[in-house]
Design a protein around this ligand. Structure first.
Ligand SMILES: Cc1cc2nc3c(=O)[nH]c(=O)nc-3n(C[C@H](O)[C@H](O)[C@H](O)COP(=O)(O)O)c2cc1C
Length: 191
């Protein structure tokens, strides 16, 4: 089995909860981003954009966006919950937000643009994991928050967050999770 197939068959996400914020090498980050934007994209419309949240931006967005929006939606929030929001992005070394930006096109449906956006997220995730980083794709509550969409340059009326890819260091190798049984999800037609 070649190395790529072996990696794809065994890779696992490491939860943001268990990853360690450390350092992502600049060259690694550039490679991860290059893989992220090299995806199938019908019509080469680039119906997505990426925002890299790193260094002080992680705590700034926590303070300026996550905390006030969380309190707005949870007026009874405890101090512990508010602190969690403030530090949410600090769970990772780098967080990459992937925004779906549909383009008006006479033939290519928006659905295909959504699929391409999912591929961007997958490629970022897999590229980061292939370099040995802990990585996880999360939407959580703030992917559906208009102010967060605006923070990454989006228009909440027409654009959506496909999620945030958290990238950090691994404390330990994640254990395997439940996987589908091949016969339950794969059909093979021969005639
Ligand atoms: C679009 C999308 C959104 C997700 N959002 C969350 C989330 O908000 N919270 C969560 O615990 N897991 C979420 N997950 C699942 C995690 O990424 C989970 O770690 C992953 O399914 C593990 O799979 P893997 O080991 O095959 O990479 C999401 C997955 C996808 C595809």
């Amino acid at each position: 089995m070649n190395d790529l197939i072996n990696f794809l068959k065994t890779r696992r996400s490491t939860t943001a909860k268990t990853m360690i914020a450390g350092h992502v090498k600049e060259s690694d980050l550039n490679n991860i981003l290059a893989c992220g934007i090299r995806v199938p994209d019908h019509g080469a419309l680039n119906p997505w954009s990426l925002t890299v949240i790193k260094d002080n931006a992680r705590s700034r967005i926590g303070k300026e966006v996550l905390v006030p929006e969380f309190i707005l939606n949870n007026p009874e929030a405890t101090e512990e919950e508010i602190n969690f929001e403030k530090n949410r992005f600090l769970r990772a070394s780098v967080v990459i937000a992937v925004l779906f930006r549909p383009v008006s096109h006479p033939k290519i449906p928006s659905w295909e643009m959504e699929l391409s956006t999912g591929a961007v997220c997958s490629n970022i995730l897999v590229a980061a994991q292939s370099l040995g980083y802990a990585a996880q794709w999360l939407t959580e509550w703030y992917s559906y928050n208009d102010r967060m969409i605006k923070e990454v340059g989006g228009n909440p009326k027409i654009e959506k967050l496909a999620g945030f890819i958290y990238i950090g260091d691994k404390e330990k190798e994640p254990v395997e999770r439940r996987r589908p049984k091949i016969e339950n999800v794969i059909n093979i037609l021969t005639k």
